[in-house]
Design a protein around this ligand. Structure first.
Ligand code: ATP
Ligand code: FE2
Length: 322
């Protein structure tokens, strides 16, 4: 079976094609704001402008007739952006008379992580711009065992980066700066039960920047503190659920220091650490294609009349039949 998946929740319009065994094609184009953060309508405009040429690139690698199912990111995400991907997927499915599958974006991050690594039943740390969650499967649902009470870690990093004059996305730039940090500066460490919050630490870091502290030390201290919060809760979920695998997914998962901290934690508790290759950490069409394929194989499809986007779609809402 071959599945085409469209990802368009936020900054990336990406189309992937996968079979049961491998990624056949992956093409996309990122929207980057001229200034500030992501503007939903501008991003959606970008996606509709590039959709045609990205599909042509895909169809140079595989003929549309060879595709058995069209999948799209149904949510969570920015409404105007989601609608572009959904419209393109509906049009293709209708024209080619093939099934349509609406995929939960967070579930897709987890599923592609499991597919591309050896993780079987892990505790997953899912860290991206909009989301920061600790997820594990229990019976027929994925459950969220801890999550951010305000903004996602990626948005927190991007906000700080913008304040320090760095262009969006700030994640990789803050990571580079942090490597040159030499002194740790105390930052607010906010873990409440199994949840955490990042807005306090961002405000504090901005204040330090105004006071003239070195950007390198701020970036370093910010990463050390915020990542320690994530690792602490991930470890507690592993202990509570008695799981010995940890999987890291989401755009922030590309961060080397975060990977290193999780690897150390896993090593200390005799657990395995898994992370897919970086290009499959952030938003990509292959993760939607793969999850759509698995869903269709288990009899799940989305009728066109029920295919409206769901900006607040949560992972717990999906029944896992596989
Ligand atoms: P979601 O809809 O799942 O919230 P998203 O739209 O935020 O996804 P992702 O591609 O999953 O998209 O994540 C993007 C985020 O990852 C951005 O905030 C970006 O700054 C961050 N990021 C990318 N690379 C790194 C890195 N090396 N270190 C830290 N953060 C990074
Ligand atoms: Fe994402």
């Amino acid at each position: 079976m071959i599945s085409l998946g469209i990802e368009s929740t936020a900054w990336n319009f990406s189309v992937g094609v996968v079979s049961e065994d491998e990624v056949i094609a992956l093409e996309g184009e990122a929207y980057s704001p001229k200034e500030g953060g992501i503007h939903p309508r501008e991003a959606a405009q970008h996606h509709s402008e590039v959709a045609g040429k990205i599909l042509s690139r895909i169809f140079r690698k595989i003929s549309p007739d060879e595709i058995d199912v069209f999948s799209f990111s149904q949510g969570p995400g920015m409404g105007p952006c989601l609608r572009v991907g959904a419209t393109v997927a509906r049009a293709l499915a209708l024209k080619l008379e093939k099934p349509l599958v609406g995929v939960n974006h967070c579930l897709a991050h987890v599923e592609i992580g499991k597919w591309l690594t050896e993780a079987k039943d892990p505790v997953t740390l899912y860290v991206s711009g909009g989301n920061s969650q600790i997820i594990a499967r229990r019976g027929r649902r994925y459950r969220v065992f801890g999550e951010t009470l305000d903004i996602g870690i990626g948005n927190a990093i991007d906000k700080l980066a913008r304040y320090m004059g760095l262009k969006h996305p700030g994640g990789p730039k803050i990571e580079k700066l942090a490597e040159k940090g030499t002194g740790y500066i105390e930052m607010p460490y906010v873990v409440k039960g199994m949840d955490f919050s990042f807005s306090g630490i961002v405000t504090h870091a901005m204040k330090l920047f105004d006071e003239g502290y070195r950007a390198e030390d701020i970036a370093f201290s910010f990463q050390e503190t915020a990542f320690a919060m994530l690792v602490e809760v991930t470890e507690r979920a592993m202990a509570y659920l008695d799981r010995n695998e940890c999987l890291l997914v989401g755009g922030v998962g590309a961060n080397r220091r975060l990977q290193e901290m999780l690897r150390l934690m896993c090593h200390d508790r005799n657990a395995d650490f898994h992370a897919p290759p970086s290009e499959y950490m952030g938003d990509n069409g292959a993760m939607i294609a793969y999850t759509g394929l698995v869903m269709l194989k288990h009899g799940i499809r989305t009728e066109v009349q029920n295919s409206q986007v769901r900006p607040d779609f949560r992972i717990e809402e999906v029944e896992i039949l596989w």
